[in-house]
Design a protein around this ligand. Structure first.
Ligand SMILES: Cc1ncc(COP(=O)(O)O)c(C=O)c1O
Length: 401
């Protein structure tokens, strides 16, 4: 066993009984190079983080330049840090005008927490509404929103009250009443099994929040910045939330999250008490510099259009796998899910595909669904490689290999 593997096994807290355990040597483009001498096509991109693939030269250059200027100073809003201010301005420019003010965090879950706190302060209410199948992160508040009781139950009393409603069911939205501070929703559920709601549902949600005075929070942690074939997934429905939460691709491969909203809402962060929501590292200059460089590439190359085009081609190919074991295919842009008849087969398929050099994974809240989220820059020849591996994996499963 290599030194790193031994340390991993003995000293790192494990998050599952069976980690994939690839020992990473380096990563370049859509490929991860492992200590076993093999390379693996990264068809999951750190679950949507590496939108430009690994080691994009513009991101590397921005990190080097920022490292030369300065690293951490004091982040939480006291100093003018150019990388942070410029990224906020660029995000505000790209989002609808009603989402023009940005607060940076370290992660998606932390941004969800900030958005929940902002909604409580603004409304003076305590209740939250989330949806079956939802995933918003693993801190206590975000976990309370998780649309899967099995993940919540072991942790006892979580912040709330939280009411979970069925996803994509407009009739159920009557439960959003004057006790609700915020409704949190993913415009496409990824961990919930790649579920794409109807436009009518999203519009009904907006209408119900307007009527009840609840703050509508879109979790675009995974869907944001091109993944679904639009720069933001909210563009599919045209519904603008009161707060949007971003992370994953936002830092260009470095840790960064954010939530954004209108001035009046975001002003709640500065009063009663002042400094009532702060962070030591959120919006770190290095992460913001990397994120800005990545965002400029996404915008200059209109990578959401590429995601749309390559996504169509990917789904056309994946459709050929649907049959006995795989019962449904869902997808939007470069987010795709294969639904298996049996969870055990889905898990074996993931392992067999990784063994053939392509990294995919299953979803937390829908264990029969295998999910793909390759870099937005993935080449069509690389899609061919992934399809060949998945096809072969399926054939192998049928043979019992
Ligand atoms: C939709 C969504 N929201 C929130 C999160 C939590 O983000 P983080 O892991 O950065 O806390 C995730 C992470 O997978 C996510 O997919």
């Amino acid at each position: 066993m290599s030194g790193a593997r031994e340390d991993f096994t003995r000293h790192l807290a494990q998050t599952s009984a069976a980690p994939i355990g690839l020992e990473i040597v380096r990563a370049e483009g859509a490929w991860i190079y492992a200590a076993d001498g093999r390379r693996y096509l990264d068809f999951i991109a750190g679950i949507g983080v590496s939108a430009l693939g690994h080691g994009h030269p513009a991101v590397r250059a921005a990190i080097a330049e920022q490292a030369r200027r300065h690293l951490h100073v004091m982040v939480y809003g006291e100093y003018v840090i150019a990388a942070q201010a410029r990224l906020a301005a660029r995000i505000a420019e790209l989002l609808p005008p009603a989402l023009g003010r940005v607060y940076f965090t370290n992660s998606g879950a932390e941004a969800i927490e900030g958005a929940l706190k902002t909604a409580r302060k603004h409304t003076g209410r305590e209740g939250f509404v989330a949806f079956d199948g939802a995933y918003h992160g693993d801190t206590m508040g975000a976990l309370a929103l998780m649309g899967n009781a099995a993940f919540r139950a072991p942790f006892g009393t979580l912040p709330g009250p939280v009411r979970h409603l069925p996803y994509d069911d407009a009739a159920a939205l009557t439960a959003i009443d004057h006790s609700v501070a915020a409704v949190v929703v993913e415009p496409v559920q990824a961990e919930g099994g790649v579920r794409i709601p109807s436009r009518e549902f999203m519009m009904a949600l907006r209408e119900r929040c307007d009527r009840s005075g609840a703050i509508l929070i879109f979790d675009e942690v995974l869907t944001g910045l091109g993944r679904t074939g639009r720069l933001f997934a909210m563009e599919h429905s045209g519904v603008v939330p009161d707060l949007v939460v971003l992370a994953k691709a936002l830092g260009g491969g470095l840790p960064l999250g954010a939530f954004a909203g209108r001035d009046e809402l975001m002003a709640k962060l500065a009063h009663d008490p002042p400094l009532g929501h702060i962070t030591t590292f959120g919006g770190h200059p290095l992460s913001c510099a990397a994120g800005l460089a990545a965002l400029e590439v996404i915008v200059a190359e209109r990578l959401w259009e590429r995601a749309e085009r390559v996504g169509v081609a990917l789904r056309a190919r994946l459709a050929g796998l649907v049959g006995t074991e795989i019962v449904a295919l869902r997808g939007i842009g470069l987010l795709a899910g294969l639904e298996f008849a049996q969870a055990a087969t889905a898990h074996r398929f993931v392992a067999a595909t990784i063994a053939r050099g392509v990294i995919i994974n299953w979803t937390l809240n829908a264990d029969r669904v295998v999910r793909m989220a390759p870099p937005l820059t993935i080449a069509e020849t690389e899609v061919d490689f992934a399809l060949a591996a998945m096809t072969d994996a399926l054939v192998g499963l049928r043979r019992g290999a």
